[in-house]
Design a protein around this ligand. Structure first.
Ligand code: UDP
Length: 310
């Protein structure tokens, strides 16, 4: 039986990965320090004898007894609100945390997969974003703590691949949504759904003309699973290329929840990317992956989950 260590395993994406790898017959070691993750996300997994949880801050050295075949490094605050709240932790988990995870992968002769992000492209000047675009990032802005940590993490990952011959993978994750997002996560989808369900004003930042492309979480983790088993070492974008404006997203959420909420404009955060859409040609060609769940269906599933938790 193969064993996989998932850092950030109690977070939004990490918890879905824990469930998926258990389902596919892996022994799963979930590691999290619970600053943004929660045990609620993994509560249903504790009965599985192949699941274990370790509360650990991976910016300090990681010790695991026994074999580890794969390290999936998903630990990091990931909401712009959280980068403001935890700027130093965000930088440390992307740099020191990634170094510790790579060191563990090297020692255990394990595969390593880094959760990177579309934020490495910053406020992109190339649209849609292909993996060979180097990005347009402000290193000293409020988002710089996340963007630069992930860019450093990618550089460190490639260095371990080239120098230590670790079998590494990098997934660049675009906006993702679904069950297990925190109600007060701060990102657009959970904010809008929570506000709509409470008939409170929908906080639209700026004029809402900025775009994003939202991927449902089950599609995302299917792409990550395929990448983890592939022989690819170059970065791969995983996301849904269906691009919409934030204003359109707000109206979709209001409609699907039959809410009485109205839009309330708030200032656009500094360095908020104007547009974002993944070019997924590489994932299609090399992983035979593409998203299956359209935004409408994904939002309905997400609203159902939020209704039980608001
Ligand atoms: N946004 C918004 N209202 C909110 C939260 C976010 O208008 O309550 C906007 C935000 O300014 C950005 C987009 O929605 O343009 C997506 O933001 P999110 O935080 O979800 O992810 P990002 O892609 O910026 O990391």
């Amino acid at each position: 039986m193969k064993s996989v260590l998932i850092t950030g395993g109690a977070g939004f994406i990490g918890s879905h990965l824990c469930a998926l790898y258990l389902e596919r017959g892996y022994k799963v070691i979930c590691m999290d320090n619970l600053i943004t993750g929660t045990k609620d996300n993994i509560a249903s997994l504790f009965d599985d004898k192949n699941f274990s949880f370790i509360n650990h801050n991976i910016t300090t050295p990681i010790h695991i007894d026994g074999d580890v075949d794969m390290v999936l490094h998903f630990a990091s605050p990931a909401s712009p609100d959280d980068y403001l709240l935890y700027p130093i932790q965000t930088l440390k988990v992307g740099s020191l945390g990634t170094h510790n995870c790579l060191g563990l992968a090297k020692a255990k002769k394990a595969r390593f997969l880094l959760a990177s992000t579309s934020e490495v492209y910053g406020d992109p000047l190339v649209h849609p974003q292909t993996e060979d675009y180097w990005g347009n990032v402000n290193p000293i802005g409020p988002r710089g703590v996340y963007d630069e940590a992930k860019r450093f993490a990618e550089a460190m990952t490639m260095a371990y691949h080239r120098f230590h011959k670790v079998d590494t993978k990098i997934v660049r994750i675009f906006n993702t949504y679904g069950p297990h997002m925190r109600l007060k996560d701060g990102r657009a989808v959970p904010n809008f759904i929570t506000q709509a369900l409470k008939n409170e004003p929908i906080t639209m930042y700026g004029d809402g003309s900025q775009t994003r492309s939202f991927c449902f979480v089950t599609d995302l983790i299917d792409g990550i699973y395929r990448l983890s088993l592939s022989d690819l070492n170059e970065p791969v974008n995983i996301g849904n290329p269906n691009e919409i404006t934030i204003k359109e997203l707000a109206f979709s959420v209001i409609r699907l929840t039959q809410s009485k909420s109205k839009l309330k404009t708030k200032p656009l955060p500094k360095d908020d990317p104007r547009q974002r859409k993944p070019d997924i040609s590489r994932a299609k060609e090399k992983l035979k992956w593409q998203p299956k769940i359209d935004l409408e269906d994904g939002l309905v599933l997400t609203v159902e989950w939020f209704k039980q938790h608001v």
